[in-house]
Design a protein around this ligand. Sequence first.
Ligand SMILES: [Zn+2]
Length: 314
Amino acid sequence: MPVAVIDLGGTRTKFGLMDEGEVICASSCPADAQGSLEGHLDEILEHLGKLCPGQGTALEACDGIGLLSTGLVNNREMRVLSTNGKYDDAVGFDFRAWSRNRTGLELRMDNDARGALIGEWRYGAGRGSGNLVMVTIGTGIGTAVISEGKPLTGPHFTGGNLGGHMLVRSGGRKCTCGGVGCLESEASGWVLPILVQEHAQYGESSLNGLESLGYREVMKHAAEGDGCARDVLDHCLQFWGEALVSFIHLFDPERIIVGGGIMNEPEPVLQRFRDIVSELAWAEEGQVSIVKAEHPDNAGLIGAGALFYTAARN
Ligand SMILES: [Zn+2]
């Protein structure tokens, strides 16, 4: 039987059915991170209930519910510990009881970055290795680690997850987490428009006046020779590449999997990372491969389902 899967996002929530590594149907709806989590989850159950008959099953007949959430997640008691300003009622919410009461199904959950890595480990770019780091560079930066065949969790459930909040510049920019000079506040999707607008040549830049200032725009304008776009992209790539060097030094991975919005055009990004690693990492040439995520669109759903097929859990 399939697993009902939910990827609870800050702006959109994806959901669907997953069977042994394959998403057999999926859909999404807007998330209201300022609103009530319980109401939102009930709404998703309703959507799932409608999806199931199309696959010849009923929601109650599924093997369980796999759920990934932003924030820090206690993946033993299936609770959210901290959300960084999203879904105020998520902390303390009993996900397991909610699932049992509404559907009778067992629920497993994890942090979204750790879940995405578990999905890639089982069904994607991490297959065959038990020593992986995954870095998802999107609006923020998510990280997760699998070490010696086990997802790293730690006693406070932050193990491997806070790489985006690794301090990379003393006295740097203020971060959403309360820190200063985090990787995410120096180079990420949310700080990108600020970096562009603060650049000395922004006035003459072809990025000036664009409504959206994301990775896509900055990469396109950099490739077309715009100096401001090139400098900002270069600044970010250098910070991220150096962060990968630190992850290699900390976790000794065989493979680093890179996902997120920055991977719309993966090759130049991966090449730059390989060059920085080759220059700066204390590692033999070729010791660590740097690859792109295989499931950029469905990483969350595949990861949520993989929680049910992953034996190496505690
Ligand atoms: Zn931070």
